[in-house]
Design a protein around this ligand. Sequence first.
Ligand SMILES: [Zn+2]
Ligand SMILES: [Zn+2]
Ligand SMILES: [Zn+2]
Length: 392
Amino acid sequence: MLRHIHFFKDMSKGYMFYILCCSIFQAQLLYLSPSFFRGVRVVCVCESGNMLIGLVGPRCSGKRTVADFLVTRHHFTPLAVQGTEHTIRSFDDSAALLKFVTENWRSDFVTWDIDLGQIDQFKKRPFFLLVYVDAPVTVRYQRLCARDRSSLPLDSFVEKDDEAVFGVSMATANTAPTPRPSLCRARSTADLTITNSYTTLEALHTSIADLQLPNLERLRPSWDTYFMHLSDLAARRSNCMKRRVGCILVKDSRVLATGYNGTPRGLRNCNEGGCDRCNANAACGTGLDRCLCMHAEENALLEAGRGRVDVAGTVLYCNTCPCLGCAIKIIQVGIKEVVYSKSYGMDEMTAKVFKEAGVRLRQHSPPSMRLDTDSLVDEATVDQLGWLSPPQ
Ligand SMILES: [Zn+2]
Ligand SMILES: [Zn+2]
Ligand SMILES: [Zn+2]
C-alpha cells in the first residue's frame, strides 16, 4: 500500500523522503528499519488519507462516475449497501458500513449508498465528507434514456424525482403527504455540491480534479480557513448598510480580538439611519470622511488595545481587504501580517503601503466548495462516448 515513494538527494540536508499516499503511512514505516530513516526528512505531500466520501444526489446525477474517479485516481475503496456487484464490498445497511469505516479509518473509502435517514450519524464522524451530486432534471432524464431504452416516461420520472428530492409522496384525495428523509435536506447539510451537467467524462474529471476532493482541509479547516470563517461570522453582526466586514486578530493561533463594522457604541445603527453617507449608497471607497461607521479592523484593533497587546507575531484576518485608512492604522500598530478573503475597491493602494511598511499581505483561497458548470452539449463527443444521448 506504500505507493509513489520518491527519494530525492538534497544537497545539504541528506535524503528527503516523499510519500504520496499516506493512508497507512505510519503502520508501513514500522516495517522499515529505524536506521533507514536516520538523517532522512519525511515530507508528506499526500492530500488524502483517512476519509469517507459519501455521495448523495438524485437519480442519474453522476454519483457513480464521481465514485469511479475517486477509486481509479485516488485509490479510494468503494463500499456499498446490499450491493449486487461482487467486486465491491457491501454491507447489510448504512449503520454496518459506518461501523466498518470507523474501525478501518486509516484508509480512504467512497460510497454512493447512504440511507438518507442515517446522514446525521455519518456527519458526526471526523472522517466523513458529504458531497451532493446534482444535474438538471432534463440532463438526468437524457442519461436515463441513454442507459435504458425502456425507461420511464418523462412525467413519471419527474414525479419520482420530486418524491426523492422533497421527501413526500404525492398526496391522493384521502391521504396527506408523508414526509420522509429527503435529498433536499441532504443537500442543505452537504459539505460541497457538484453540479454535473457535463457531457463528457473528460470535462467532469477535469473539474473534479480541480476540486481536490481528497484534500483533508475539507474535513478539518487550516488555521487560515478557520480564522477566515470566524471573520465571516463576525461580519454577520455588522449593521452597516454598505457592506458587512469582519476582522479577527490572532496570535499563536489564539484569538486576541474580534471586530465588525458599524456605527460606534451609543450612536444609532447604520441600518437604522445612523450614517448618512452609507444610507445615501455612496460609491465604494468614496465619502469615507463623512462616514460614521467604524471599520471592522479599527474595532478589532481598538478592542485589542494598543498598549495592552504585544503585536509581534499577531496576524490580522479580515474577510475583506483593508481600506487605505485601516491599512495605515494596521501599520502604525505594528502588525506584520494581514490575510484577507474578498477584494475591496482599493486593494492596490493598500498593497503598496503594506509593502513599503513591510507588512505581509496575502489573499486566502481555500479549496473551492462548489462546482458549477456552464458546459454545453457537445453532440459529437456525446455520440462518440455514448455517455449521454438524446432520448429516442
Ligand atoms: Zn455604514
Ligand atoms: Zn457610513
Ligand atoms: Zn477600513
